[in-house]
Every structure is written in structure tokens, then in C-alpha cells.
Design a protein around this ligand. Sequence first.
Ligand code: AMP
Ligand code: MG
Length: 420
Amino acid sequence: MNSQEVNSSSAMFNDSLMSADDALTFLLNSASVSNKTETVSLDNSLGRILASDIHSTINVPGFDNSAMDGYTIALDDSQVSQTNLSFDIVDRITAGSTGNDLKMGCAARIFTGAPIPKGANTVVMQEECELSEDGSQISVARAINLNENIRPTGNDILEADVILSSGKQIQPQDISLAASVGVGEIVVFKKIKVGVFFTGDELVEPGNPLSPGKIYNSNRYALVALLNQVGCDVINLGNIEDKLDATCDALETLETQCDLIMTTGGVSVGEEDHVKPAVEKLGELNLWKIRMKPGKPLAYGKVKQTPFIGLPGNPVSSFVTFCIFSLPFIKKMQGNTNYGSKILKVKANFDSKRAKPRREYARVRIDYSSETPLANLYPKQGSDVMSSVVWADGLIEIPENTTFEAGTILNYYPLSELTR
Ligand code: AMP
Ligand code: MG
């Protein structure tokens, strides 16, 4: 990994409020693209990031072929555009075989994908051909033109075309295209390893009883699921005793094995938590107060040379800041050139009479029955209300320092895109 130093002396990062856009820009500038690659089979390539361009060494299709089951004909000049013509059937060409050269005025039975024989210049689909009783001739009532139903050589791909570019995340259709040019293995970036652990005296693992004042550790499961979904290898140390030594040990263990370390909670200012002093002891840490809701506190730093991201503790804040900030950061590290969040436009079905200083990523459900999709707010938008995320289709961006009427078009991030 290349590294870019965190410029902690900049006024922007000195515990002052920071805009969401600045925080994202800073993170993306700090993310270095993995330089480790490996070769995988096509069957194992789904979701991986291509590490070099794939060129085709062949034309696809490699030969002119029939787009239909029917008859291929060698029309002579006088027959072009004429109606009611008859032709002797002199050959039968199935997909995978090759036919003989076709003489002028003759036809050959042909099947979809079979090569057009030399001399043939058009294909008529079988539904339009009438076969003589003895099967030796066809007649076609309608006018026939040249080059009907022929898929020409290179119609899909030309030799030397770049069919897939480095930095692309492999989808099933990409696998199809690679296979179609005969590529069976591809070079992808190695999965990045993300180390996680959790602290907080209030946290209890699901499956255990809760004693007074305790809550279940839900962030741990959300974070691991999000990281798995985006194709990271996760090293999960689980809950670490809230002591400085134990926290330093956890960070050092992860630092040697991981490309990124992440935690949730304990990054609010004045927190009774050892993550902050431990990261500071082993590297450097910036605690940012981001002008956004949910998710004001976010920590970014380094444990020795390994980047560290500390997400806020409130479950909605943790989830949303992962999606908005960490996911593009991780995608860039993975070598994915398409790391920016996908932003759509929807109409707010609510107004905002008071301008607020913090940008809001509100949980909304989309009503697609109107001409422009309409965004409806979940009634409770607290950063502790995880039900809002489960209910929502996505997040709507309510801009800072503005008022607006219902019907205003705003940026919208579908959760389906935002979490992968
Ligand atoms: P903190 O950022 O540590 O001050 O935590 C803010 C809020 O998030 C508190 O109500 C915590 O109890 C809660 N919280 C912190 N970590 C977790 C977690 N892993 N799972 C669920 N809630 C958490
Ligand atoms: Mg805490």
C-alpha cells in the first residue's frame, strides 16, 4: 500500500466541525489502492475487482452465422427483392458444423448459430418458407433481400477490443463476456483484510441474557455483514476488554495482518474509552465532528502504517457513516474505480421549514406510483432507531442551511447500492 500522510495540523481536522463532503474527500485522498493481485478462475471471479484490462484475441462471432433456424440462400442479382421464388435445397448446416459452398440460386437448411456457407448471402426464417412435398425445394412468397438474418463476424466483439477494464467489479454479464472470448482466468486485486473489534462496558453478545443497563452489541454484526457484503476478508477479534493494554494489543495484532482497522463506538469527544488513546499511542488519530445527522463523530487515523476508521456508536450513525464514508474508502482500496456512491433524484414528500446546520441523511421509503418517485420519511429519525433503516428503501440527503417545500427534488441513495 502506498500511504498518504494525515495532515493533522490542518485547521480542518482540529476537532472543528467539518462538512460531510470535506470528510469524504479527505478519506478518499487518503485511501491507497491495493497493489496485491491474484489469478482466479471465472467461476471464482464474481464480485472481484479486475486488476488489468482484458483484451479479446478473437472476433465474436468468429464467422458470419445464421440468426435464425431457416434456409440460407445464394441469391443471384436478378432474385434480389423478387417475390415468389423457389430454391433447391442442397445442404444441411447445423450449429458447430460447416457447410459446402452454395451455388447461385440454391438454398441450404441452416440452424441458429451455424456458419453461413461461402456463396450464401441471406437467411429466410423457416416460418416464411414453404417446403415442397418431397422436401427437395423451398418457396418463399415475400421479397427477399441480401443479408437478412445474418450475424456478421465481429458483431459483438472485434479482435483486440478491450472488453473489460481494470478497476471494474465483476458481474455475471462480465463473466459471460470474458468466457465468450475464451478467457478462463482473470487477474483480480486480492481481497482486502479488515480487522475489527468492539469495546463498551454496556455491550452484551446476542444469545446471552441482558442485565440492567446493558444492551446487545448490534454494530458488531452490522459491520461484519457490511464488510462481507463488499467482499472484504474480516478478522474479527470480538469484544475487547475496555483497558488500554488490551486495546493496544488488539490494535497491534490487527495492524500486522490487516489493510484496514475498524471499530464502532467510543469516538465521541470526552469518551470513557481506550480506543482513542490506544490509536494515538500507536499512530495518530483525528476525531472529526462532521456536520451531518446521523453520525457526527467519526475518527480517522493510522495504527503504525495501517489506516484506522472509528465509526460512531449509535447503530444508525454507525451504519450510515459506514455507507457514506467507509464504503467508498474501502472500494477505492480494493482497486474499484467506481467507488463513488450512486445518487438518484427523488421528490421529497415533506417540507423543511427550518434551515439546519447539519446535512441530514434521512431514512425514506419511495412511492413509485407517481410520475417522479416520492420520498416519504420514517416518522422517527433518531440515530438510535435502527428500525428506520430496516423500514427504508434508502437515504435522502436533506441539504444543510436550506429550507424547502414538499415537491423539491433531492439527492437519494438507495440502500441496495449504498451497502455494496
Ligand atoms: P458511543 O459512541 O460509544 O458514545 O456510543 C453511542 C451510543 O451507541 C451509546 O448509546 C452506545 O450504547 C451505543 N453503542 C455503542 N456501541 C454499540 C454497539 N456495538 N452496538 C449497539 N449500540 C452501541
Ligand atoms: Mg461507548
